[in-house]
Design a binder for this molecule. Structure first.
Ligand code: GLP
Length: 242
C-alpha cells in the first residue's frame, strides 16, 4: 500500500490525473471505475483539460460508476448520472452508470457488475471515502465478500447529499453499489481524500484492523492500492510520505 501526500486540492487533482492518464496510456481500452462526490471534481476537470489539449485520449477507455442512487428518475438532480453529466466532460468510449430508475435495483446492479467482469475487469478503480468509512455505497457493516447489491443508505450518507437533491426528503433511501469484493477485484485502486474532516477516517482506514465497521479497511488486503491525500486528510498519520 502506498500513501502519497500532496499539499493541496490542486496538487491532488494533478497527481490523480497523472495516475489515471498513465493507466489509459499503457492500455487505451482500459476499464476505469469512477466515484462521485466533491473530492474527484477537480481531478475530473484536470482530465477534461488534458483531453482538450490532446495530452490524453480516453476515446477507447470505458468508465463505470461505482454506485448510484435507486428509486429516482435516471437523470434527476443529485443522481450520479447527473453528477457525471455535469462534472466529467471527457469523451470516453462509454460512461456506464447504473440506472437509478430501475424497478429491480438488486438484479440491475448485479448485471452491471457482471458486465464489468465479462469486459475483463477494472484496470483502475478510483474511490473516495465517506466520513463513516464507506467506499462506493458499501456502508458500515459491509463484509469483505459483499457483492454488487441494493443497499439502504445511512442517515449520514443521505445528509451528505441533501444539497445535491435540493432537500433531505428528496434524497433516495436506497442505492446500488459494487460490493467490496467487486472493488477488490480491480487490478489497481486509487483512493482520494482531502480536507480535515476526512483525517480521522483516513487514519482508521489505514491503521485499524480490517473489519466491516469501517469498510475502507478492507482495502488493506489489496496488493496495489494508492492513497492520495492532501496534508489535511493525512494530518493524523505519522510517517506518511510527501
Ligand atoms: C458518496 C459516494 C462515494 C464517495 C463518497 C465521498 O456518497 N457514494 O462514492 O466516494 O460519498 O464523497 P465526498 O468526496 O463528497 O466526500
Amino acid at each position: 500500500m502506498r500513501v502519497d501526500v500532496v499539499p493541496d486540492e490542486a496538487a491532488l487533482a494533478v497527481r490523480a490525473a497523472d495516475i489515471i492518464c498513465d493507466v489509459v496510456r499503457a492500455k487505451p481500452e482500459a476499464l476505469l471505475g469512477l466515484p462521485t462526490g466533491a473530492t474527484p471534481i477537480e481531478t475530473y476537470r484536470e482530465l477534461e483539460r488534458r483531453a482538450a489539449a490532446h495530452d490524453a485520449d480516453f476515446s477507447r477507455a470505458t468508465a463505470f460508476a461505482v454506485d448510484e442512487f435507486a428509486g429516482v428518475a435516471t437523470d434527476a438532480l443529485g443522481t450520479n448520472r447527473a453528477f457525471f453529466d455535469r462534472y466529467l466532460n471527457v469523451a470516453f468510449r462509454a460512461l456506464r452508470c447504473p440506472d437509478a430508475a430501475t424497478t429491480h435495483p438488486g438484479s440491475h446492479i448485479r448485471a452491471f457488475a457482471d458486465e464489468i467482469r465479462r469486459s475483463g475487469g477494472l484496470d483502475l478503480c478510483v474511490l473516495g471515502i465517506g466520513v463513516n468509512g464507506h467506499i462506493a455505497f458499501n456502508e458500515p457493516g459491509s463484509a469483505r465478500d459483499s457483492r454488487a447489491r441494493a443497499v439502504a443508505l445511512t442517515p449520514a450518507s443521505r445528509n451528505a447529499h441533501a444539497e445535491a437533491f435540493g432537500s433531505l426528503d428528496r434524497v433516495p433511501v436506497s442505492g446500488m453499489t459494487l460490493g467490496v469484493a467487486d472493488l477488490l477485484e480491480s487490478r489497481r485502486i486509487l483512493v482520494l481524500a482531502q480536507g480535515p474532516a476526512k483525517a480521522p477516517i483516513v487514519h482508521a482506514a489505514l491503521r485499524d484492523h480490517q473489519g466491516a465497521e469501517v469498510p475502507a479497511t478492507w482495502l488493506q488486503s489489496h496488493s496495489d492500492v494508492t492513497w492520495l491525500l492532501d496534508g489535511a486528510a493525512a494530518s493524523l498519520l505519522s510517517g506518511a510520505r510527501e
